[in-house]
Write a protein that binds this ligand. Structure first.
Ligand SMILES: Cc1cc2nc3c(=O)[nH]c(=O)nc-3n(C[C@H](O)[C@H](O)[C@H](O)COP(=O)(O)O)c2cc1C
Length: 162
């Protein structure tokens, strides 16, 4: 089985998760492609996995564009999605806002991998917003986000099961 993991992020977490997922899909041919650099051809793959970060409630514009441009092939292909976010408890709302039925209904899974808020990787307005959010959530006793390795493993298992 030839598998594509196409991802788009901004500060490294989605990339890290895409690579961790690829490592866990052992025994299959996996291409990991950064949608901010390349545009792969979805038709060349048996399974297409699209990963994205979440900023301001939305998936990355490169992930959305890839989904729109490849809509017809994605509907005919085995697909899965994952996203990295700061508020994993908002998973269902993020899915409802970003993955319309035409994608969701055909997907074998849509997983939330959690996320990170690494100030060293952030700059400008992103860093400013992240600091405000981090301070506000810490004041409410909400723990800092982290990558959910168990969800990465779970998605790898679903992808490997034919
Ligand atoms: C400017 C900014 C906006 C964000 N907006 C959201 C959001 O609306 N919802 C959410 O759950 N997480 C939000 N996050 C958290 C990111 O999704 C999280 O840090 C993720 O791990 C980033 O992935 P990346 O490093 O691949 O860009 C935001 C982070 C930043 C810096």
């Amino acid at each position: 089985m030839k598998i594509l993991i196409a991802y788009a992020g901004k500060s490294g977490t989605t990339e890290k998760c895409a690579k961790l997922l690829a490592e866990k899909i052992t025994g299959e041919l996996v291409d990991v492609v950064d949608l901010c650099i390349n545009t792969p051809n979805a038709k060349e793959y048996d399974t297409v996995v699209i990963g994205s970060n979440i900023h301001m409630g939305a998936i990355h514009k490169k992930a959305r564009k890839f989904m729109q441009d490849h809509e017809s092939s994605l509907i005919e292909t085995r697909t899965a999605y994952f996203f990295c976010c700061g508020f994993a408890d908002k998973k269902d709302e993020i899915i409802a806002m970003n993955y319309p039925g035409k994608y969701k209904n055909n997907a074998i899974a849509i997983e939330c991998f959690g996320g990170e808020m690494d100030m060293n990787q952030l700059h400008g307005m992103d860093k400013f917003i992240a600091k405000l959010v981090t301070r506000a959530t810490a004041n409410q006793g909400i723990p800092a986000p982290s990558i959910k390795l168990d969800r990465i493993e779970a998605l790898a298992q679903v992808i490997k099961s034919k």
